[in-house]
Write a protein that binds this ligand. Structure first.
Ligand SMILES: *Cc1c(COP(=O)(O)O)cnc(C)c1O
Length: 393
């Protein structure tokens, strides 16, 4: 059977370059990067070079890069750290959005229980925050703004540089969850006024379980675990040399080929969106089309359940997702789609297809052929769809 992997926002395939350096490290360069002997120092050299390469890719300094276990840890660390710094000055207000990843939202909910106040900006029907509303939300007590660079479910990209400039002017820490962006769109932390930036290797063809926190020089960073002196005393635990080397290899490649990939992947995306809305009635594209991740396609199909749609697509060899991998298993529609103001019954019929440069034009044609068949079949069995067609809904 044909398989089409269209769930790259959940995770990506490892690229050959990352695999190769990873295997080399595991086999030959297995020393502990904190050891004094030559084996340890060889590992330390690999890590230093990787740290430099990664810093170069995002316009940071080598000493502003901290390795973590993934995007989730980076988000938790950055937000908790900035909140602690704010609290010391009596500033306990945070601004975010209603459609952040759960790594951010759940960290904010924990801080709310500890007495912080959080303003969740509306992202409107199109999935973009409004700068005037953001400005109005700022208070004297605001210590942190954390707004995702691009949304993992609907692909909308926020005006990060502008938000960052406002934070800079007001002396407010600015963190952004850039897990969907690094390796896919140009990032320069200095030019884009970013104080803290989270990202994760497995979203750009690197390995899982390794992430990065960029934290601007001058921002005190408090370790939230106790242990050894790794990561300049900020993040204890034996250095994951193979994963770090692979992260750098994958990111270097993604950045070197970025322009080409953006052009290629966004052409596949646009073809898929345009063909599907042409042939499937009552298909809604989620998220605005102006600033959107190159690989993100998100629909709601009225009258059907996203879960059944996924199962049927899977039988055809197509891997997609209904919203985000993190919320699957719960029956509630995704908080992201609800944040757009979609009614529950429409949000239930969601499908996210996320593409990468590994997808081919043939695969897109295959999806365009199969998806309408599957949607029609499910609608034929759906009492909800029958009511919609009778004009009762
Ligand atoms: C995948 C993802 C995360 C979590 O990253 P992990 O490395 O899997 O912990 C956080 N934020 C966004 C936007 C993501 O897409």
């Amino acid at each position: 059977m044909k398989t089409v992997y269209a769930d790259n926002a959940a995770t990506t395939a490892l690229c050959p370059e990352a695999l190769e350096v990873m295997v080399n490290c595991l086999k030959d360069n297995y020393g502990n990067a904190s050891s004094m002997h030559h084996s340890g120092q060889a590992a330390a050299e690999v890590v230093l070079q990787a740290r430099q390469d990664i810093a170069d890719c995002i316009g940071a300094d080598v000493n502003e890069i901290y390795f973590t276990s993934g995007g989730t840890e980076s988000d938790n660390w950055a937000i908790t750290n900035a909140a602690r710094l704010g609290a010391k000055k009596g500033k306990k207000h945070i601004i975010s959005t209603s459609f952040e990843h759960h790594a951010v939202l759940h960290t904010l909910m924990k801080l709310e229980k500890e007495g912080f106040e959080v303003t969740y900006l509306d992202v409107h029907e199109d999935g973009y925050v409004r700068i005037d509303e953001f400005k109005k939300a700022i208070k004297n007590e605001t210590c942190l703004v954390t707004i995702m660079f691009a949304n993992n479910e609907i692909g909308t990209v926020q005006p990060i540089e502008e938000i960052g400039a406002i934070c800079k002017e007001k002396g407010i820490y600015f963190h952004t969850d850039a897990v969907q962006v690094v390796g896919h769109l140009p990032v320069n932390v200095k030019e884009q006024n970013i104080d803290m930036l989270s990202f994760s290797a497995h979203k750009f063809h690197g390995p899982k379980g390794i992430g990065v926190l960029y934290c601007r020089k001058g921002i005190p960073l408090i370790s939230f675990m106790q242990g050894g002196a790794q990561e300049r005393n900020k993040r204890p635990g034996t250095t994951n040399t193979p994963a770090i080397a692979a992260t750098a290899a994958a990111l270097k490649k993604s950045c070197a080929e970025m322009d080409k990939n953006i052009a290629y992947v966004s052409a596949l995306r646009d073809k898929l969106i345009e063909e599907i809305v042409k042939v499937i009635p009552r298909a809604r594209v989620n998220g605005g089309r102006t600033a959107r991740l190159p690989g993100n396609v998100s629909f709601c199909f009225e009258g059907i359940e996203g879960e059944s749609l996924l199962l049927y697509l899977d039988l055809k060899g197509i891997c997609g997702s209904s919203g985000s991998a993190c919320t699957s298993g719960s029956l509630d529609p995704s908080h992201v789609l609800l944040a757009l103001g979609l009614p529950h019954e429409i949000a239930h019929g969601s499908l996210r297809l996320s593409l990468s440069e590994y997808n081919t034009e043939d695969e897109i044609d295959y999806i365009i052929e199969q998806l309408p068949l599957v949607v029609n079949r499910l609608r034929d069995m759906s009492p909800v769809w029958e009511r919609i067609m009778k004009g009762e809904n």
